[in-house]
Design a protein around this ligand. Structure first.
Ligand code: C2O
Ligand code: CU
Ligand code: CU
Length: 579
């Protein structure tokens, strides 16, 4: 009997040990030039036992597909919002027209299809897409809306790099979550549980060869100080927006919210061994997200100022055509030259200690940009098209903030006067602004000064701004965000009210609706179709009208089409019938 109990106990101990890890989930992939993305509320069994978690997913249960696009292609996105709330989808890192950017201005109401498109001009690297609805970003990212966007180009494709998705080229989406006792997400800045590709206690098997990880910090707030449990070094091959000139060999890499990095890890000859990818966050100071050791209160969590596992790696047999050596060089980046800058914009980051903020914020202080909270009706800057600009950010905040700008990839010029380290000396769209040196939350100390340089080419639009903000979603939602428009000073701006005659045909329609402007110089800047109850059904930024508008999915009835004309920015609305 005792023997039997012992055996049962042993059996349970063994299963418990096995249950320690879960095989890491891999997002599905989509490629081509036409992408259908449907966002909806759903459930996922994230915690092994007990209730499923209420999540939001894109084409799935949690998180979304990895989109592969090629530089030079025109990509069309069909984004359908099946949530009960409005949302937006922002293409983080993409250089595209502001009206396609998916920032807080491009709101997609429930049951609406939004169809942005653009020519991929970015370098090969790992980008991502995520919601950006002001004040809702933290909550909607927490529920799991987002996905990776991988750009391929000729330069990267010609290199002997691992690129078999899920085999030797592995996406890692890092975040953390807090679960209630009934396994539901709490919307909090820091979670108690690490999620790697939405998997708790993740493990994965690697082939014994050179492996590439594409790592995204998709956390609400936390930075991850990446390293391996055996102290091995790894090669950094990209910054956010492209390849570095050459791999940079390190054994720790600090990845902040919104940033991406691709690394190569050499596992050649290590078949049968294992190693952990970890966050060495005990090495972080208290003013870097994840370095604080709050155990209670709104920022309390189990992972603060601790080292913890991100991914348990089992090394198995190599593939038949393995990459076994690391490249010595990658590309030749032509970085922007400060001598060509036409303006230095001075921005500030500060703590709002003592300042009464409306609406009230979660923490003891909000963090603010340019001495004010975000106001969607206030444009901080007008940037002239083709300007090369230096942005100089002076931070008197005690805390470090990952600063992100839309539209462009930039080059860091300096952090407190020092040139960027080799792994930061490429194309970036997020730059970490460390907290001031010395002093405390109340004042004192020496501010941090970070400078970067960017060129604002290709896309001007007086109406739709681009955003800049802290990529800690909590700070962003609390108002640590500003906006700029890129303007084209040479474009003729006719403010005269002129008629915008156009014809809609056929009317009634049932499949496709065509629009013909009487004046050939006129074109559509934005088209919105609403039904008889005023509900938005379709949003078409800068639509290509030659093939008509697909209305085949709409039910019969009266609809309204509002067209904003491109040169005059005037709006005309007409009704039509679908039968
Ligand atoms: Cu990743 Cu403005 O966002
Ligand atoms: Cu962005
Ligand atoms: Cu911040």
């Amino acid at each position: 009997m005792i023997r039997k109990i012992l055996l049962i106990a042993l059996f349970f101990a063994a299963t418990l040990c096995k249950a320690q890890y879960n095989t890491m989930w891999l997002p599905d992939t989509l490629s081509g030039t036409n992408f259908n993305l449907t966002i909806k509320d759903t459930f996922a069994q994230i915690v092994k036992t007990g209730n499923q978690t209420i999540t939001s997913g894109i084409n799935g249960k949690f998180w979304g597909p990895t989109l592969f696009v090629n530089k030079g292609d025109v990509v069309h996105m069909n984004v359908t919002n099946k949530l009960n709330d409005s949302t937006t989808i922002h293409w983080h890192g993409m250089h595209l027209p502001a009206v396609m950017d998916g920032g807080p201005h491009q709101i997609i109401p429930p049951n609406t299809i939004w169809q942005p498109y653009w020519t991929v001009k970015n370098n090969a690297a790992t980008y991502w897409y995520h919601p950006h609805l002001h004040v809702m970003t933290e909550e909607q990212i927490t529920k799991g809306i987002g996905g990776l966007l991988i750009v391929r180009d000729n330069v990267e494709s010609a290199l002997p790099l691992p690129r078999t998705y899920g085999v030797d080229d592995i996406p890692l989406v890092l975040t953390d979550r807090d679960f209630t006792t009934s396994n539901q997400f709490s919307v909090v800045p820091y979670g108690d549980s690490m999620l790697t590709n939405m998997t708790l206690r993740a493990q994965y098997t690697l082939p014994a060869q050179v492996v590439r990880f594409r790592i995204l910090n998709a956390a609400i707030e936390r930075s991850y100080n990446l390293g391996f449990s055996d102290g091995r070094s790894f090669s950094i091959i990209t910054s956010d927006g492209g390849l570095l000139n050459a791999p940079v060999v390190l054994n720790k890499y600090l990845l902040h919210a919104g940033e991406r990095v691709e690394i190569l890890v050499n596992c050649t000859g290590q078949n049968g061994t294992n190693v952990d990818l970890k966050a060495y966050n005990s090495l972080l100071g208290g003013f870097i997200a994840g370095g604080e050791n709050f155990t209670t209160g709104p920022f309390g969590n189990f992972l603060g100022h601790k080292d913890f596992n991100i991914l348990h790696l089992n090394i198995g047999v190599p593939t038949s055509n393995p990459i076994t050596t690391l490249p010595a060089t990658l590309t030749t980046n032509t970085l922007l030259n400060a001598a060509n800058a036409s303006i230095t914009r001075k921005l500030t980051i500060s703590d709002s200690t003592g300042v009464v903020l409306t609406p009230p914020v979660l923490g003891p202080n909000a963090f603010i940009l340019n001495h004010k909270l975000f106001d969607i009706n206030y444009i901080d800057y007008k940037v002239s098209l083709n300007n090369t600009e230096i942005w100089e950010i002076t931070s008197s905040s005690v805390f470090g903030h990952p600063f992100h700008i839309h539209d462009v990839e930039f080059n860091i010029i300096s952090v407190n006067g020092a040139a960027p380290t080799a792994e930061q000396a490429g194309w970036k769209d997020v730059v970490f602004i460390p907290g001031k040196t010395g002093g405390g939350p109340g004042g004192g100390g020496t501010p941090t000064v970070v400078k970067f340089i960017a060129k604002f080419d290709d896309y001007a639009d007086e109406l739709h701004p681009f955003m800049f903000h802290c990529h800690i979603s909590l700070h962003e939602d609390e108002g640590m965000m500003g906006q700029f428009v890129v303007t084209n000073p040479t474009a003729v701006n006719e403010n005269v009210a002129i008629a915008i005659p156009f014809t809609l045909y056929p009317n009634p329609a049932n499949d496709k609706l065509f629009i013909q402007f009487n004046n050939q110089d006129q074109s559509a800047y934005y088209i919105t179709i609403t039904d008889a109850l005023g509900r938005t059904k379709l949003m078409l930024p800068k639509p290509e009208l030659q093939n008509g508008i697909d209305i085949s999915k709409f039910s019969k009835g009266i609809y309204y089409i509002s067209i904003i004309e491109d040169t005059t920015k005037q709006m005309v609305t007409k009704s039509f019938i679908i039968n």
